[in-house]
Design a protein around this ligand. Sequence first.
Ligand SMILES: Cc1ncc(COP(=O)(O)O)c(C=O)c1O
Length: 438
Amino acid sequence: MTTTTGTTTTAAATAAAAATSAGAGAGGEGARVRALTTRYRTYLSKGRASLGEMFGGDVEDSSDGAWLQTAAGRRILNCGGYGVFLMGARHPRVLAEVRRQLETNPVATRLLLEPEVVDAAEALVAVAPAGLQKVHFAGGGAEAVEAAIKLARAQGRRHLVSMEGGYHGKTMGALSVTAKDTFQAPFQPLLPGVSRVPYGDAGALESVLARHEGEACVIVEPVQGEAGVIVPPAGYLHQVQQLCRRYGALFVLDEIQTGLGRLGHWWGADAEGVRPDVLLVGKALSGGIVPVSAMVATAEAFRPFDKDPFIHTSTFSCNPLAMAAAKGALAAIGEDRLVERAAELGQLLRSEIERIARHVLGDRVLEVRGAGLLIGIEFTVPGMAGDLLLELIGAGVLGNHSLNSATVMRLTPPAILTPTDVTFLLDAFERAARAVLN
Ligand SMILES: Cc1ncc(COP(=O)(O)O)c(C=O)c1O
């Protein structure tokens, strides 16, 4: 991540100071953090250890709803987590499902029938755009992307079309359609037959599809999260759908970050009334408790996977514990009206954050944009996105950087924020914005 002053910023120092001064004795906690960092360096990676240090050396201890508690006793409002925590941490509905399953049958044999997986699939289909009715479950988001790529290939769609700035994960297939050269370069050659076109440009898409009639698979996000919250022009998804139909391409909509209410709709697809052939889901499907992702397809698109149960498998796919989490997450989103709350809260937060950002930072802010609770703040000053993220942590709010953009800081708050949480967030944002000017 880029900051204006490199990795040892004043903001990092502020965060570190806040971490220790709030804790139970700076000495004891400081020593514990140093030991933990050394073990990260020894057993995990130097890079990961440095990242932890850069973010002030806070140690996550526990989480509850919208809040994290650090080992030093700080409470941090979680508006980060890359979009996972739509319902906050340890939502009681998800916890209850997972606990029940943990005590009965957490991992199944995979030869006998097992009800949790059908319950989860049925619940997901019930909220998916009409016509999507077959589910393949996986673990992380990239695995769902892999499933979609293999599904496309199995039906002769061998030419992949992805979008500039698009992010779909980092396994070899997913990385082939993740449009960032620095992530791709060390691992070349990736999959052959991939075109990249500008996001939001239906004409560019058409010219590629016309050259690959009947053999293409288009993968696209409704709003590009990791590219820095890029919202396409109105009508774009509809054009993508039309072009896919016209040129016989498989239309894969990656809603791993945007789906399940994050945008203030159940799906980004809903905003334009499109129905992809394949929908990818992840992150919030976990309920923030057990990792799980899914590929949901029309019966027609799913055909190559329908008959042979061994064509694309993974040992822990469909494990009942993850299925229980998915079931709980889908129930919680519906019961707690989280989609509606994401829309309402998103509108309020976006306009307040824009007002504060413009007031404090003036033309250093290029744009505040987004949909629902996916909010991006783009800066004109290199490194300012990183600095603000660090200052925000110091002020008690966790945000996100953007993997495919150095100039955009993102906030992905949970849809369960109370009015007091909102006030805390906006105050912290204002303090952090003022601090980056020092
Ligand atoms: C749109 C999108 N697709 C795919 C992925 C990959 O998911 P994962 O990191 O769980 O593999 C992400 C992760 O950020 C994402 O935002």
